[in-house]
Design a protein around this ligand. Structure first.
Ligand code: ZN
Length: 266
């Protein structure tokens, strides 16, 4: 199968059959309403900003650039949230990488030790501070999702900080010095007061809100007796597979995690 693979180059030049992803200063991404796609064919006004190659596929590359000058009638800049309903698993990966690279290239320009201006981004994605001297690379934040099962039921929670009507998996940021398994156990205990066993890795996804790497796990709860952390969680309830509340939509990793767990129970 032809798939886009991550690549980065500041030297590659745009070819006729390549695609362009354009992100403007307000961090909105150019969307074509007719094609329902953010991958613009290279038949548009040439961009004024620099172009960075960010993906390769057999015969095509995807280039990231800034705002375009002359938009066609069916082109509009959308926020990440507004774009989300149009995404599938592969396009989410492309958007995620594009937004995170945009941030790294344009928004992170100073050395955190000396305040010195960093070099332009280089082909290995590094930026350089010649005062220190020191190389910087873009950072991401590892996060876990964990879905608990008990018998033939799953535990879903409503988070205080997210869309409050959605029922989803337990989630949290990995702490410094912590393994993923320790993080899963800690987050479960902090949020719903349960001990767990048989932690299994399910899958991962890059999530550009703003720069998370989400890693999903399924685990068995030792009891069903939840005690929620009311600061983080509004509700935690056990559900049977045939009686689910509103869960996060595709292509989110939480949607996949919940569906896999349901399949494993039925
Ligand atoms: Zn420095």
């Amino acid at each position: 199968m032809n798939r886009f693979t991550s690549s980065f180059s500041i030297k590659q030049t745009l070819k006729d059959n390549d695609f362009i992803v354009s992100i403007n200063e307000n961090k909105k991404i150019l969307f074509n309403k007719t094609e329902k796609s953010f991958l613009q064919s290279n038949k548009i006004t040439p961009p004024k900003d620099k172009l960075y190659e960010i993906f390769k596929m057999e015969g095509n590359s995807v280039f990231l650039t800034g705002e375009l000058n002359d938009l066609k009638e069916d082109q509009i800049y959308l926020s990440k949230r507004d774009l989300y309903p149009y995404l599938n698993e592969e396009s989410l990966m492309i958007v995620s990488r594009a937004f995170q690279l945009f941030d790294w290239i344009h928004k992170q320009n100073y050395c955190s030790r000396t305040g010195n201006k960093l070099s332009e981004v280089r082909d290995d994605l590094s930026k350089f501070c010649d005062k220190c001297p020191r190389e910087y690379f873009p950072k991401m934040s590892p996060c876990i999702l964990v879905l608990l099962t008990h018998g033939n039921e799953i535990l879903l929670v409503r988070h205080n900080s997210e869309i409050r009507t959605l029922y989803t998996a337990i989630a949290g940021f990995v702490d410094l010095g912590e393994t993923l398994e320790e993080c899963v156990e800690r987050e479960v205990f902090e949020e719903v007061g349960l001990r767990i066993k048989n932690i299994n890795y399910v899958g991962s996804q890059s999530w550009p809100f703003p720069n998370q790497l989400m890693m999903a796990f399924q685990a068995e709860a030792i009891s069903k007796d939840v005690h929620i952390d009311e600061k983080e969680i509004l509700e935690a309830s056990w559900f049977k597979p045939n009686d689910l509340p509103t869960i996060p939509p595709e292509p989110s990793l939480s949607n996949l995690l919940i569906k896999r767990a349901i399949d494993s129970l039925t």
